[in-house]
Every structure is written in C-alpha cells, then in structure tokens.
Design a protein around this ligand. Structure first.
Ligand SMILES: Nc1nc2c(c(=O)[nH]1)N[C@H]1C(S)=C(S)[C@@H](COP(=O)(O)O)O[C@H]1N2
Ligand SMILES: [Mo]
Length: 323
C-alpha cells in the first residue's frame, strides 16, 4: 500500500525518480558471475537482498544469453511497480496493487492453429532449468519511458518449432487469459478482451524473440505477466503480451488489441521508430526510469537499438506506412 500511495503522489516525478534502493546485490553478483568467478564466489554471496527480489531467486543460476547490453539495469522497484497491465487497471501503479488476484498456477498454454502437431503445455514445461537463460533487454513503451530488464526465459523459436508449423502459417497470435474474476480490469471496456498480440512468423522465429518466466532471477511477479509473457525488445512495449494462455499460428494477420482500438495510433508492426511520431506526440526521445531527476531524456534508437539484428526483416517495407 505504501508503494501505491507513493506512486500516486509522485506520479509526475516518478519518471525521473532517483530516491530508489541502491543498486541491488543482484547486480554485484551478476558482475562476479560474468567475470567467471561464479562457481567460487557465487555461493558465498547472499542470494539477494529481500527488499529487492522477495520471491527467493529460484533462477539465480540461469546462464547469460546473448544480445546483452551493458547499460545499467532499471531498479527492481520500477520494473515491478510502474507498468501497464490493463487487466488490473489503467494506472501505472495498478498492476502492482491489484495483480494478487491472478492465479498463475495451475496454468496451461495451448499451441495450435496452422500446425502439424498442436500441443497443450503445462507451465512446468517452460520452467525446466536446463532450457532457461537470462536476457537483458531494453523495453521502450510507446508512452515515452524505457527500462533495462533482466528477464529469465527461453527463445520463442524453441517452443514454436515443437508444434511443426505448416507452410500456410504466416503469423503467430498470442492471447492473454480472459477471466474477469482473476483480472478485474476486464470488467471495464477499456480494451477488447482478451488482450491479443501478434507477430509475423519470421519475427516470431527471430532469435531475439523471447518467452519470459522470470525477472531479476525470480519467477515473474503477477504484475509482470506471470506465469509466461512475451518479450520482443525491438518493438514498443505493448507487443509484449502478458499471462499467455494460447499461441496460435494463423494465415491472416492477427487482430491485435491496440491496433483494433486505435489503428492510426498503433500499427500492427509497432517497431520502435524515432522517425515516426505517434499522432499525438513525438517518439524521438525517452525517459529511462530510475535515472536522476535532471538527467536528460535519451534519444530513442531505431528498433530500440536492435537494428543490426532485425532491420533486415523489414528491408522491403516502408516503415512510415507499416508502423
Ligand atoms: N495482457 C496485457 N499485456 C500487456 C499489456 C496489457 O495491458 N495487457 N500492456 C503492454 C504494455 S503497453 C507494456 S509497456 C508492457 C509492459 O511490460 P512490463 O510490465 O514488463 O514493463 O506490457 C505489455 N503487455
Ligand atoms: Mo506500453
């Protein structure tokens, strides 16, 4: 509750907030692991300071995956306390305040559509330690804030390949749980429920596309999309759909939540693009959450800084039209 009240009161300041917990133990530990001292030193360090990641650090030993950034991690408080998850309300503090009503276990994920062998997977199938890795990705919200987040998960392609997509499959559609009892925000018509997102098949199979089950070394907190959420780091945050119950291969472009609501404002592709303004504001700069009050906003990078990896996916497209 304290956090919520604070968030409300300082809402306009929070984007530049600096009075946050010092750099977590987590980061120091990660640096040691990176330096190759992990086996010896890792076991001597406290797993993690409780104030930072309360759930116990079940993925503390997940190896680092590729595509890393050495930018400072966004403090845990922002990653888990300031975000969008409209199923729990439209205020940035609402998910942290209300997502306790979500029950992320038991949980199943259906993978079907244009595939040779559809599957229903129990969430435990996604939690096997030997397939998990840590990926540090930038997230850039269309509203103008950004974070650097250490996710735990697995490449989306590893999961998609298991169902043997048919040649006719052109897109992949992702659907969030629809249950107003667990997700009280679904009682209001702010978005068409359930929340749906989609990727073109080649985007979905790209090695950057990631399914997260954890963050900061622990299981995902409910407000971040427990127990399974998508992370597509070169696209605006809204593409990264949370609390997924279904992954469906389709021939038609999926009807995605924000594109249905406001097609002129939110395109299907939603690649981070500083050169294409949102109709009501510029996308040229961003505020990195957790940075000091007087820190200038950063220039937003094409494809959120992942142009080298993904620009070739769009070489024959006009990205000012297919925004
Ligand atoms: N189901 C669902 N997924 C969602 C949203 C939502 O409202 N509902 N919000 C999106 C938006 S706008 C953003 S910016 C990211 C935020 O991800 P984070 O909570 O990990 O920061 O989640 C995305 N995924
Ligand atoms: Mo967003």
């Amino acid at each position: 509750m304290y956090w919520r009240r604070t968030m409300r009161r300082v809402k306009s300041w929070i984007l530049a907030g600096s009075a946050v917990t010092p750099r977590p133990v987590y980061e120091a530990r990660r640096r040691l692991l990176q330096a190759g001292a992990g086996l010896v030193v890792g076991s001597l360090l406290p797993v993690r300071s409780r104030a930072v990641a309360p759930a116990g650090g079940v993925f503390a030993n997940a190896p680092r995956g590729g595509f890393g950034t050495d930018e400072a991690l966004t403090p845990h408080e922002f990653v888990t306390g300031y975000n969008n998850f409209y199923e729990f309300g439209t205020d940035k503090a609402d998910p942290a305040a209300h997502a306790h009503s979500l029950r992320p276990r038991p949980w199943q994920v259906v993978i079907d559509g244009a595939v040779a062998s559809p599957l229903t997977l129990d969430i435990d199938e996604f939690l096997k330690p030997q397939q998990l890795e840590e990926r540090i990705y930038r997230l850039r919200c269309v509203e103008g804030w950004s974070m650097v987040i250490p996710w735990i998960g697995l490449p989306l392609a590893d999961v998609l390949r298991r169902v043997e997509p048919l040649g006719s499959a052109k897109y992949v559609e992702f659907t969030t749980l629809h249950d107003p009892e667990q997700m009280p925000g679904q009682r209001r018509d702010v978005l068409p429920w359930p929340y749906v997102e989609g990727l073109r098949l080649d985007e979905a199979m790209h090695p950057l596309s990631f399914l997260a089950v954890g963050v900061y070394g622990d299981l995902l907190p409910n407000q971040n999309g427990a127990p399974l959420r998508l992370v597509v780091p070169w696209k605006y945050g809204f593409k990264s759909v949370k609390s997924i119950v279904r992954i469906r291969f389709t021939e038609q472009q999926p009807k995605t939540a924000w594109n249905v609501v406001a097609p002129r404002e939110y395109g299907f592709y939603a690649n981070v693009n500083p050169a294409v303004d949102h109709p009501r504001w510029s996308q040229a700069r961003e505020r990195r959450l957790g940075e000091g009050l007087f820190t200038a906003r950063r220039p937003t990078l094409p494809f959120n800084g992942y142009a080298e990896e993904v620009a070739s996916l769009y070489s024959d497209m006009d990205l000012s039209r297919d925004y």
